[in-house]
Design a protein. Structure first.
Length: 255
């Protein structure tokens, strides 16, 4: 079998790979001490590692491992990015992780993880994170626990994925109307996304909506008048909810 040693000096990946936890190294066929592939493992090269990292970045999914005896935590580079952190700039810890979790979700997430680790049950948890700029994102963690021969939980490992866009698409696919009261708007991405999901838009005649919504065809635009805008928006939404055929036609025209 060809040697499976990984040459990573030029790509800047060597430190990342050598920091990979032993179970993942074993799966990649890399010896933890020498960086060489084992005779029983499949060969791997730098290109495959780059493809793996690129796949994680595209899918917005990272992997992690936690030693339940020492409480040491390891994140892949994409896990750092999911929490708006630069890979390698901080040491991941359970405390750091829970600092990123939305305060209203922390207790629920902690309890679910503890139960999964204690009972050695696979778990998946949806929760929100608050990024440094104030943005709220939706995450999904999958985890499983490895037990020692004595039945003591030794290690937890799994994935963390940003599912914000997926959930947004699911919500829009169930929606009948997308309404926004904004009176000052640039190019409204949310309105464009709604129309891509066959959802008619009700908005004001702010410049951004004039550019992205065809009044009477893909949605309804009401006068951008501070005194009447709320009532006008409510009337427009009500008219579409009361007329399914028109609502569906607008949605099809928007798609």
């Amino acid at each position: 079998m060809a040697k499976a040693r990984v040459s990573l000096a030029r790509s800047g990946l060597r430190n990342s790979i050598l920091a990979t936890p032993p179970p993942l190294l074993a799966a990649l066929g890399i010896d933890n001490d020498t960086g060489k592939g084992s005779a029983s493992a499949l060969p791997i090269d730098e290109r495959h590692l780059l493809l793996l990292l690129e796949a994680q970045r595209i899918g917005r999914i990272g992997n992690w491992e936690r030693d339940l005896l020492t409480n040491q935590l390891w994140w892949s580079d994409e896990c750092y990015r999911l929490f708006d952190l630069t890979p390698g700039t901080v040491v991941p810890t359970p405390s750091l992780f829970f600092q990123q979790v939305h305060p209203d979700d922390r207790e629920r997430v902690a309890n679910a993880m503890t139960r999964g680790h204690t009972l050695a049950l696979p778990y998946q948890i949806e929760f929100r994170v608050l990024l440094s700029g104030g943005e709220c994102r939706q995450m999904l963690i999958h985890g499983r626990t490895t037990l020692g021969k004595d039945g003591v939980p030794l290690r937890a490992s799994g994935t963390c994925q940003d599912i914000t866009e997926t959930q947004k698409a699911e919500l829009l696919n169930r929606a009948w109307v997308f309404a926004t009261p904004s009176r000052f708007e640039g190019w409204c991405i949310a309105a464009v996304e709604a129309q891509a999901c066959r959802v008619p838009v009700v908005a004001t005649t702010a410049d951004g909506f004039l550019d992205s919504v065809r009044d009477g065809e893909t949605g309804i635009l009401v006068p951008n008048d501070e005194q009447t805008v709320r009532a006008d928006l409510a009337d427009a939404v009500s008219s579409l909810l009361a007329d399914p055929a028109r609502r569906v036609a607008m949605g099809e025209a928007a798609h």
